[in-house]
Design a binder for this molecule. Structure first.
Ligand SMILES: [Zn+2]
Length: 254
């Protein structure tokens, strides 16, 4: 397919004028450009992850979505967004049917000849224009947790107000001490300053176990087992982080 077809295609993408609007199509466009996903088979789950993280990180945008899954995205998982991506792809085809984008149940493919830097520059310009028209706001989102690069001390209260918490919650949605699923916080299992920027070193705990963690009642051993420093009725030596969660994590207790 030719580049000018693609430009016509993305210029044709429509977002409703109503107060509730779905910008998922435009987010798919940003995903394709940001990850340079042209002439390659894309798994729908990779697009869904990007869309999911965007909506979780931007509650001011997700609250205007007509779909209640997006409006309440905190209660859902990436898998719940697959269908939303499929609907957006159908919608894309309704706006422009003979374009470069094609898809099946679980895969997306965008075929374009002779891609160069100008192609990316024009595409991103159009995507930003569409986004601004739909949201009245500038697009300045990056899924990379760049804000963590600034952090050089282990301040849990602060970290619990960053997007890092959203990423950890994608993996884990219960307290690793008591399985409670309400009001979760994140703690770094390594307790080591070199590890604070690594999202894989965090686990979720409930508010009660968060307070006890902050007051150094307990930490974890390298096998995920709890290590109690001060006795407390809410702590017992059988508590441990599940092996499934431990697989990606590395504990380095100081
Ligand atoms: Zn708990």
């Amino acid at each position: 397919m030719k580049k000018d077809v693609w430009i016509k295609e993305i210029m044709s993408l429509r977002v409703s004028n109503l107060s509730q609007k779905d910008i998922t199509k435009i987010l798919i466009l940003f995903y394709l450009i940001e990850y340079k996903k042209f002439n390659t088979i894309i798994n729908i789950k990779d697009i869904a992850k990007y869309i999911y993280e965007f909506y979780i990180d931007n509650p001011n945008i997700s609250k205007h979505n007509p779909n209640s899954v997006i409006r309440n995205i905190n209660k859902y998982n990436i898998e719940d967004v697959f269908q939303i991506v499929r609907i957006a792809l159908y919608d894309w085809k309704t706006d422009y049917s003979d374009g470069c984008l094609s898809f099946t149940e679980n895969e997306v493919f965008v075929e374009i000849d002779n891609i160069d830097d100008r192609f990316y520059a024009t595409s991103i310009l159009i995507a930003k224009m569409l986004y601004k028209k739909a949201t009245m706001d500038d697009f300045n989102y990056s899924p990379n947790l760049f804000e963590l690069n600034q952090i050089n001390s282990y301040n849990l209260d602060y970290l619990n107000n960053t997007r890092l918490k959203n990423r950890v919650l994608e993996d884990m949605d219960y307290c690793c001490c008591c399985d409670n699923t309400e009001k979760l916080f994140i703690v770094n299992i390594s307790d080591n300053n070199d590890m604070i920027n690594n999202p894989y070193n965090y686990v979720t705990v409930c508010y009660e176990h968060y307070k006890l963690f902050c007051e150094k009642y307990y930490r974890f051993e390298s096998n995920g087992q709890i290590k109690i420093f001060k006795e407390h009725p809410l702590l017992n030596s059988n508590m441990h982080i599940s092996q499934k969660i431990m697989k990606n994590r590395k504990i380095e207790v100081e």
